[in-house]
Design a protein around this ligand. Structure first.
Ligand SMILES: NC(=O)c1ccc[n+]([C@@H]2O[C@H](COP(=O)([O-])OP(=O)(O)OC[C@H]3O[C@@H](n4cnc5c(N)ncnc54)[C@H](OP(=O)(O)O)[C@@H]3O)[C@@H](O)[C@H]2O)c1
Length: 309
């Protein structure tokens, strides 16, 4: 029987790719994010399955409860709850407005915690279910000028581990954390920016489809934590084993690889309100192999997608 999958953050990037991935498997979808227009586009992209869209701001009190209620009312059950909603902010900690810092934490940490709370309430009553959250390699290491995001992802790491320990008495209820490195999504351009230069994902960059497949695999074969990114382990070892060297190198490396040459005026990006015009599956930092290799080179394309997709 097809599953009922709630995806919070479904209008862009990894969440949107995940919606398509579940739709390809015939699962029924409940898609949430703030931007109503973009949610309608994603529903059209998943037209082969039954889709409910629920405009939701995870920072609004009661919004996630209302989302769960809407899902139950439509489908009578929830089997999987995926939370990918997040925002980012660039800027030195003391130059980033406090209201921006707070809203990033409210969205990325407290919003995810709210999703876990609501999902577990339903799964405890039903006796089973799977929650998948997206953390980041930045939940294990740090980088300058991203304090709110890094603090949220470290917080999420601690929250997930704690709840996983609390769930030991309920083996049918799973909580999985997928930790990507750099991914080709619009989150970098959508970020609040008080640094003066537009951000970009430092290489190596994975496709959102690769992370989406990791999320779906986590539901099929639950794991506590999954890392997606070729250098994640190397970065974690450097951060842990050689902290002094790491701290000397990380600033210059992030300026070189994590920021583009494009300057930008101080702005709040999509932190307080959605920017539907900037939402898409990809961020334009990688060639879209799915499009490049479609057509006559289909077989070669499939192989390339498996390797790099
Ligand atoms: N891209 C990367 O390199 C990368 C690396 C590591 C981890 N991650 C993690 O992967 C996850 C997905 O990121 P992404 O790169 O796919 O970002 P994205 O393309 O910017 O998508 C973010 C999603 O979150 C939604 N969202 C933002 N604020 C919200 C709010 N207050 N309420 C409800 N929805 C909200 C956005 O929709 P609306 O704006 O319409 O609400 C959008 O659907 C995040 O947890 C991110 O931290 C990403």
């Amino acid at each position: 029987m097809s599953r009922v999958v709630v995806i919070v953050g479904a209008s862009s990037g990894i969440g949107r790719a995940t919606a398509r991935e579940f739709a390809e498997r015939g699962d029924r979808l409940v898609l949430a994010a703030r931007a109503t227009t973009t949610l309608a586009e994603v529903r059209a992209e998943c037209a082969d399955v039954d889709v409910l869209t629920v405009p939701t701001d995870v920072t609004e009190p009661g919004a996630l409860d209302a989302l769960a209620d809407a899902a139950i009312e439509r489908f009578g059950r929830i089997d999987v709850w995926v939370h990918t909603a997040a925002v980012m902010a660039y800027g030195r900690f003391d130059e980033l407005p406090g209201r921006v810092f707070d809203q990033v934490v409210r969205t990325d940490l407290l919003g995810a915690a709210g999703s876990v709370r609501v999902a577990l309430r339903h799964f405890r009553a039903a006796g089973a279910g799977t929650v998948v959250l997206t953390g980041s390699v930045l939940g294990h290491i740090t980088a300058p000028n991203m304090s709110a995001y890094v603090a949220s992802k470290w917080g999420l790491q601690g929250l997930v581990r704690t709840v996983q320990q609390e769930l030991r008495d309920s083996p049918e209820i799973r909580l999985c954390l997928v930790n990507p490195g750099s991914v080709d999504t619009p989150v970098y351009q959508q970020a609040a920016n008080y640094l003066g230069r537009v951000g970009r994902p430092p290489p190596p960059v994975a496709s959102p489809h690769r992370v989406a497949r990791a999320i779906v695999n986590c539901v099929d074969r639950p794991r506590r934590e999954v890392s997606v990114g070729r250098l994640n382990v190397v970065m974690r070892v450097g951060f842990t084993v050689l902290p002094g060297v790491y701290d000397i190198l990380v600033g210059p490396l992030m300026r070189l690889a994590g920021l583009s040459g494009r300057s930008i005026a101080a702005n709040d990006g999509s932190v307080f309100a959605p920017n539907p015009a900037g939402e898409a599956v990809r961020g334009g930092h990688l060639p879209d192999l799915r499009q490049l290799v479609s057509g006559p080179a289909g077989a070669v394309g499939a192989a390339l997608r498996r390797r790099f997709g």
